[in-house]
Design a protein around this ligand. Structure first.
Ligand SMILES: O=C(O)CCC(=O)C(=O)O
Ligand SMILES: [Fe+2]
Length: 225
């Protein structure tokens, strides 16, 4: 925490980055503490920009999985096409904030990568009571997704736990606080449990070493919200 945001070229110390890197490697998921990757000001800015982005209700994921969530799309990644920002200036400004040099550097270290990652898809979720995101695999949307980065944008809600199923019998339950960032591999199944009160909000983006077209092959219907 000590060095967070002080030196703009390096958000987190090498030591902290290594600690997160090891946890991600061993467990497949890690929670980055609030204020480390995104300051309160960054989150306020995201909140301000998102107001300009239209929202749609999604009830079925790409893999036919059931959901009930309101989605604002920032960058889309349709099969057979390269990723692109949705129209309007707000999406580009949100992406600029996410892709800032210091944040990309920190995430690259946490992913354990030598080369840069690209953000292939980005969206925001609003989940009032009763909303949920059914069990799915992010890589079903794009086989090149490697890590998802989920920024917690809300404080006051109950339920809405993020549950990861690394194997058939294990489960890890996450309830990251406001401002924290959950990083998970896109190769494990997970879900968001129903929200019971308040409103859960998150910004989600999917990172990959690969740019270029989404190589997903559609057979019938397949994937996530
Ligand atoms: O809103 C979230 O916490 C992330 C939901 C999720 O699993 C996804 O968008 O793939
Ligand atoms: Fe997901």
């Amino acid at each position: 925490m000590a060095r967070a945001m002080k030196d703009k070229s390096c958000l987190l110390s090498e030591e902290v980055l290594t600690k997160y890197r090891i946890e991600l490697l061993v467990k497949g998921s890690v929670v980055i503490a609030p204020q480390m990757l995104f300051t309160q000001d960054d989150i306020a800015r995201i909140d301000q920009l998102q107001a300009e982005i239209p929202e749609e209700e999604v009830r079925e994921g790409d893999a036919g999985d059931l959901h009930s969530v309101f989605v604002q799309r920032v960058r889309v990644d349709p099969p057979g096409h390269a990723p692109s920002n949705v129209s309007g200036t707000a999406s580009g400004q949100i992406m600029e904030l996410l892709e800032s040099r210091d944040r990309s550097f920190a995430l690259r270290k946490i992913f354990g990568a030598s080369a840069d990652y690209v953000v292939r898809r980005c969206q925001m979720h609003r989940m009032p009571p009763g909303s949920f995101i059914g069990i799915h695999l992010d890589a079903a949307s794009d086989p090149d997704f490697e890590y998802s980065v989920i920024v917690q944008l809300a404080r006051d809600f109950d339920g809405g736990e993020f549950v990861v199923y690394p194997t058939g019998y294990e489960q890890h339950v996450f309830r990251p606080p406001f401002g924290a960032v959950l990083v998970t591999t896109c190769k494990v199944r997970h879900e968001v449990k129903p929200v019971s009160s308040g409103e859960r909000r998150s910004l989600v983006y999917f990172c990959s070493k690969r740019s270029g077209v989404n190589r997903r092959i559609i057979e019938g219907s397949n994937a996530r919200p």
